[in-house]
Design a binder for this molecule. Structure first.
Ligand code: G3P
Length: 219
């Protein structure tokens, strides 16, 4: 399973890249606004830091505008993936950009039929938002199960399921159990993944016992 980081904060990306766990980055207009930086500048920084796919979202609402913006974004770096919303215009733009070899991540997916449409439009990734479904008391992970089942029925559909709107470590675990291809994780949740109180307790006990031996490991 691939781990993408869901942020436009270059300091967080640089820091977490040192773990060797990052396979890509996703951004959206809200995350760019939070960064307080120029969109193009921040994308260039991210693409220079991470070799894997970097999703950059178009802001036009009509297909023609999305295609134009998508082409501009795709020219910034080889690893840019153009992100387009799951509307009919977004699907038209996805088809047009994909047919020119530009990878598209179709975002704001909340139903299995939307995911099917994105795959038929040639999307490289579909981004179902599990946390936002949970927020309205609909089980987000059920949607991931449905999309996995549908895509597995049709092996010619090559779209990867990129689970987005991840809010906690259980979302990551559940997405992995279902067999999602990618999770995009906020930095705070990614940091939580390695933590366990029994790991901390066990390590403290090992160190206390080791100190009693008076030994050191030397080269
Ligand atoms: O990048 C899209 C998605 O991950 C947003 O998450 O927490 O704003 O619903 P959230």
């Amino acid at each position: 399973m691939k781990f993408f980081i869901d942020t436009a904060n270059i300091d967080e990306i640089r820091d977490l890249a040192t773990t060797g766990m990052l396979d890509g980055v996703t951004t959206n207009p809200s995350l760019v606004a939070q960064s307080g930086r120029d969109f193009i500048e921040v994308l260039k920084d991210i693409c220079a830091t991470i070799d894997g796919p970097v999703s950059a979202e178009v802001t036009a609402l009509d297909a023609e505008g999305m295609i134009k913006e998508g082409k501009t974004l795709a020219k910034l770096a080889d690893n840019i993936v153009v992100k387009a919303p799951l509307t009919w215009d977004g699907l038209r733009a996805c088809r047009a950009l994909s047919s020119e070899g530009i990878k598209v991540n179709v975002t704001l997916c909340f139903s299995a039929n939307q995911a099917l449409l994105a795959a038929k439009a040639g999307a490289a990734y579909i981004s179902p938002f599990v946390g936002r479904l949970d927020d309205i008391h609909i089980d987000g992970m059920e949607l991931i199960e449905e999309i996995r089942a549908i895509y597995d029925n049709y092996p010619d559909l090559e779209t990867e399921i990129l689970v987005a709107s991840i809010r906690n470590p259980n979302h990551v675990k559940d997405a992995a159990i279902i067999g999602a291809d990618v999770v995009t994780i906020p930095p705070s949740v990614l940091r939580q993944l390695a933590g366990h109180p029994l790991t901390d307790k066990g390590l403290a006990a090992f160190m206390a016992d080791w100190e009693k031996t008076g030994q050191k490991i030397t080269g």
